[in-house]
Design a protein around this ligand. Structure first.
Ligand SMILES: NC(=O)c1ccc[n+]([C@@H]2O[C@H](COP(=O)([O-])OP(=O)(O)OC[C@H]3O[C@@H](n4cnc5c(N)ncnc54)[C@H](O)[C@@H]3O)[C@@H](O)[C@H]2O)c1
Length: 413
């Protein structure tokens, strides 16, 4: 089921929403959903031409250039924070203090202090806050059954895991890091490539539980890169006429990158994670020209236990092999239990959702709306987000100090 057809109860009243950040992720994924499933009261961006385009395309009634003014004046219950990482903590704390529910794009924060300040503000205000990404999280319906299999012993005792965040490098025609967004993805306060790839730690924690210790090695290996100038996105939005086709990714990945940018934070990061349950593993993130071999469908996270393996990718969403065949829903002729591919992953231009697959932006939007209307805490809440954030903070801190990092947070708070 596509995220657009999420279990949205049409009897529900529409939650009044304001969006800060009318950038690529907002116009491609969130706003087309919110215009139908929420009351889209206001949009805010530093560029007036972006808010104007969002008012025209998605029917936002009010436009702001100043976030605090939107919080003060717009009659909204929830804020979707869709700006670059450097602003997330500040904007989330202000929203909580104003009594607004929050959807916070990843990364939640780039320091543990900021993540903790968000937790404190949200819990003090009693608002609901969902921290992205829901992709690779317990909110993705593919994950709870796999997690349960591991808990029942399908992999045996914990051994090791490995994950390489190829991200755009595998499916992206330009293959060299984000093709736009100097402020959002290259500036020092963006946190660098690791924080852009919170999906990796999220997937590990979703399947294997919380983390205990982290060791990291990180460098800025390719400090000078090229992106498409910001003005091209403004031009794209000005010409867009269909709210369901305002996906800049489809265009920008084919454009020439003419603007040099400096990579101000680590772009090549190795994390060694020791999980509470005893799993040891490595996670690498980096973005460089490194296409997968045409005949290699590519592997994601691989988990090796004493009795079985769970492998993501390789043409399937995931596959499991185990001596405990009784714990597998079925076994194919090749001896593996394969979870069917959700759409053709080899044709996807990351991070565009795979047709027919889980649309995390839509699922998160609906989950937050449901939690507001039903007065319950989101499944991926601020404590969850802080733990994921601390795993990334720990890796960078360890790489800078040369010392192992001891985690201080759990998933509970
Ligand atoms: N683009 C994607 O496909 C994608 C996918 C998943 C997650 N994300 C996350 O979404 C967030 C935004 O990414 P993006 O790709 O849309 O970036 P973007 O640069 O296209 O958009 C960010 C927008 O925020 C606006 N902005 C910045 N500071 C502001 C301020 N002080 N007040 C108001 N507006 C401000 C910018 O003008 C810009 O329009 C990031 O945290 C990113 O990690 C993006």
């Amino acid at each position: 089921m596509d995220g657009g057809e999420m279990t949205n109860n049409t009897q529900q009243r529409k939650v009044r929403v304001g969006v800060v950040g009318c950038g690529v992720v907002a116009t491609a994924y969130y706003l087309p959903y919110l215009m139908r499933h929420a009351d889209l009261v206001a949009v805010c961006d530093l560029y007036p031409e972006r808010t104007a385009a969002c008012a025209r395309l998605f029917g936002a009634r009010e436009q702001y250039q100043d976030y605090e003014e939107m919080l003060e004046r717009a009659d909204i219950e929830a804020v979707f924070v869709l700006t670059g990482p450097g602003t997330h903590a500040r904007f989330a704390i202000k929203a909580a203090e104003a009594g607004k529910h929050i959807l916070l794009q990843k990364p939640m924060a780039t320091t543990l202090e900021d993540a903790t300040a968000i937790v404190t503000a949200v819990r003090k205000a009693g608002v609901k806050a969902l921290v992205e990404p829901s992709s690779n999280s317990p909110l993705d319906p593919a994950y709870p059954p796999l997690r349960e299999m591991i808990e029942r012993g399908v992999l045996g005792a914990p051994y090791w895991f490995a994950s390489v965040a190829t991200g755009p490098t595998r499916y992206h025609p330009s293959l060299s890091g984000n093709p736009y967004g100097e402020g959002a993805f290259y500036a020092q306060d963006s946190g660098g490539m690791l924080f852009d790839y919170a999906y990796g730690p999220s997937q590990i924690v979703t399947l294997l539980g919380p983390c205990k210790r982290v060791t990291g090695m990180a460098t800025i290996s390719v400090p000078r890169r090229f992106i498409v100038p910001e003005s091209e996105y403004n031009r794209f939005l000005a010409q867009a006429t269909d709210p369901d086709q305002a996906n800049y990714w489809d265009v920008v990945v084919h454009m020439e990158r003419t603007q040099p940018v400096t990579m101000a934070s680590e772009d090549n990061v190795f994390c060694l994670f020791e999980m509470v349950n005893g799993w040891l593993g490595v996670f690498h993130v980096g973005r460089l020209f490194h296409p997968a071999h045409p005949k290699d469908p590519g592997l994601g996270l691989q988990i090796y236990g004493t009795e079985g393996n769970m492998i993501f990718g390789g043409g399937y969403f995931a596959s499991v092999i185990s001596t405990r065949r009784d714990l597998l829903p079925h076994v194919d002729e090749d001896g593996w239990y394969h979870v069917a591919p959700k759409g053709d992953v080899t044709k996807a231009v990351w991070p565009k959702p795979i047709p027919g697959g889980f649309n995390y932006y839509h699922a998160s939007s609906q989950h937050l709306i449901d939690c507001i209307l039903e007065d319950r805490d989101p499944l991926i809440n601020v404590e969850w987000g802080r733990h994921i954030t601390e795993m990334m903070v720990g890796a960078i801190q360890s790489s800078r100090t040369g010392c192992r990092y001891e985690m201080t947070t759990t998933l509970e708070g």
